[in-house]
Design a protein around this ligand. Structure first.
Ligand code: AOS
Ligand code: ZN
Ligand code: ZN
Length: 430
């Protein structure tokens, strides 16, 4: 194993300063939970086996469609991105997988890349295809669509790109292809809404046919952006219908920021699970119509309610329930490593809170139509400060008790700013 980016001594020193307080808080929370019949050790071991992938593109400053403000020491290649992801995993211990994006992360030797990741303590998660941008020397433009294009040669090119992503993913050890298309329209009448879906379904079926036996294809819906009037896979309804038509290996991926404001996302989660089609998540938060803000920074209660549905789903498993968890955010004003450390912690805390829900009390109250007590079963769990369990699990896994403080003490970014080439200006990703 190559040297990991943060020294083990630094983590140990930083942790040493936190130990007494953590021990105290953990013991106190343990006693509190015990009074309600919850074994803190059992919760901790569930947290120890929880993980969420990070996106390779999230390691850079995402920017907006207006501008991107790079920071010194930002990564400019998949190799540097992996190094940054290794920092996140070293400190948080819940992000052991990286989700790559092609062609952004293209290299000549994918087996070598897999080994490089392994030497940093990482493996690869779902492979993301990209047919929402044109690449240099590309034969056919995606300006008017990709998998749903009216032009056959363009559809073929998009299909081939997705199949190439599967091939790359096989070499990287991935088992999933995430397909998000930017296809859609800006004007009423621009395209036939029914026929564009037909074309998408036909093209997606070609990609589906190329999936290895043990792979899944995750369909990511998005209500708007970059198209502002209609998108081809606009919502969970379109997504589940497409997944049902494609077959059992096709599942739906819920990006939290891809819905209209105030939509009941936890109910969507329950619905997709009910029909065996819940494939995974892209976690982020949003205030208006974005899909960019840090997980749990705006509406942590919603994130908790999503995890509450996931625990319910675990108790009532449907065919193939094994959702993939990933962060998908655009870090415009923070150090991306800090945002992903903070987000991974917020996500894990919501999972921990959902584990604390007294299911018996909740189900009893639901059956009895005791609205207030049903709500209180959720409220009690949500109001519990689970930070000591999450920190303790992290400590035992070799991570940092205070991830952000330890990261700052490492001066990692400033070291990288001496070594790495500067990033160019310009607009960011969508
Ligand atoms: C786009 O909004 C989607 O969330 C995708 O997951 C996309 O691939 C990613 O944001 C990178 O652009
Ligand atoms: Zn996404
Ligand atoms: Zn998105």
């Amino acid at each position: 194993m190559t040297d990991l980016p943060i020294s083990a001594e630094l983590i140990a020193e930083s942790n040493a300063r936190e130990l007494a307080a953590l021990e105290d808080d953990y013991a106190s929370l343990g006693r509190k939970l015990e009074r309600t019949g919850i074994d803190i050790e059992a919760i901790k071991s569930r947290i120890a086996s929880f993980s969420v992938a990070v996106p390779s593109w999230g390691a850079g400053r995402g920017g907006t469609r207006f501008a991107k403000f790079p920071i010194p020491g930002e990564p400019t290649s998949i190799h540097e991105k992996l190094e940054d992801c290794a920092v996140i995993q070293q400190l948080s211990r819940v992000t052991p997988r990286v989700s790559p994006h092609f062609p952004w992360d293209k290299v000549s030797d994918y087996r070598g890349l897999r080994e490089e990741a392994a030497s940093l303590g990482l493996s690869f998660d779902a492979v993301n295809s990209n047919t929402f941008q044109d690449q240099a020397n590309q034969a056919h433009s995606y300006a008017t669509g990709s998998l749903s294009s009216t032009i056959e040669a363009t559809r073929m090119q998009a299909i081939e790109h997705n199949i190439e992503c599967i091939e790359i993913g096989r070499q990287l050890g991935s088992k999933e292809l995430t397909v998000w298309v930017g296809d859609g329209t800006n004007f009423p009448g621009q395209q036939d809404l029914a026929r564009s879906l037909d074309r998408y379904l036909e093209a997606a079926a070609e990609v589906y046919t190329a999936l290895p036996e043990d792979w899944r294809m995750l369909l990511e819906h998005k209500m708007f952006e970059p198209a502002f009037y209609s998108t081809v896979i606009s919502d969970w309804g379109s997504s589940i219908l497409a997944a049902q038509e494609l077959g059992p290996k096709a599942k739906c991926l819920v990006d939290l920021g891809h819905h209209a404001p105030n939509v009941n996302i936890e109910q969507i989660v329950a619905r997709l699970h009910r029909f065996g089609k819940l494939g995974g998540f892209h976690f982020n938060d949003s205030k208006y119509g974005d899909d960019d803000l840090d997980s749990g920074s705006i509406n942590p209660h919603q994130l908790f309610l999503v995890f509450n549905e996931l625990i319910e789903a675990e108790l009532n498993p449907r065919e193939g329930f094994n959702p993939s968890y990933m962060i998908d955010q655009s870090h415009n004003v923070t150090d991306p490593i800090e945002s992903m450390l903070s987000s991974a912690e917020a996500i894990t805390q919501c999972f921990a809170k959902a584990l604390l829900v007294d299911r018996e009390a909740l189900h009893f109250a639901q059956e009895a139509n005791d609205t207030m007590m049903a709500f209180q079963a959720l409220r009690r769990a949500y109001n519990t400060d689970v930070a000591p369990i999450v920190s303790q699990a992290r400590l035992e896994a070799g991570g940092a008790v205070d991830v952000l403080r330890t990261y700052r003490e490492s001066r990692y970014r400033s070291r990288k700013s001496q070594e790495r080439k500067a990033v160019g200006l310009g607009a960011g990703i969508v």
